[in-house]
Design a protein around this ligand. Sequence first.
Ligand code: C5P
Length: 237
Amino acid sequence: MSTELPPVIAIDGPSGSGKGTVASGAAEALGWHLLDSGALYRILAHVSQQAGVSADTPARLEALARGLRVDFVRTSTGAEQILLDGRDVTTVVRSEESGKRASELAVIPQVRQGLVGVQRSFRRTPGLVADGRDMGTVIFPDAGLKIFLTASVEERVQRRYNQLKQKGLNATLPALFRDLIARDERDRNRAVSPLKAAPDAVVLDTTGMPVAAVVDQVLDRARRRYGEAAAGRRQGG
Ligand code: C5P
């Protein structure tokens, strides 16, 4: 019996670097599973708020984190849905409020610890594309392909703005700019699992690049690294 674990592509980067869109596009093209790890932090932010569990009770947060039952599915129209215990929580999880609270909870070591097992449970055949801040450094340090996406702050703010507007959510550029800088600071400077490229990651600056071109670069590297296993559903991206 083979003990080899299914292959993983880790895609990390700061907010608005495009990692979510790129990871989703790559997972779809390859026919692999998708892990949007940021969504887990966002769901925990939402669930803990609902349950009245605050940041001063890390053991309770850890227990909540361990118990999360989350699925990422694609609807028949191609839209992505985030399910918590089978319930659609996509809209609430994508709000700026959840993102902000998520990044506050993400500095708590017990929260990160509680989510390790949940994240690793997404590693299933034929493979996994995982996006976040510490996929290549902490959660899947043995990933065969690690990508670290960057882009200028201005472009990341603009992308976030377009994304939120497209979803009909409220946003203003100056507020997004402030939030993004604050979140970058917290993510880069926290003591546990700070946002940084793994030493063996390929760093791609996506400023000015269309998403499809970034997805193609990831798929190219995936095919070179994994051959047949990454042959995917469509050839040539
Ligand atoms: O990627 P997204 O913006 O959805 O993530 C929300 C927040 O969750 C991030 O700002 C970050 O603080 C935290 N996060 C993290 N580690 C991950 C994914 C997200 O700390 N792997």
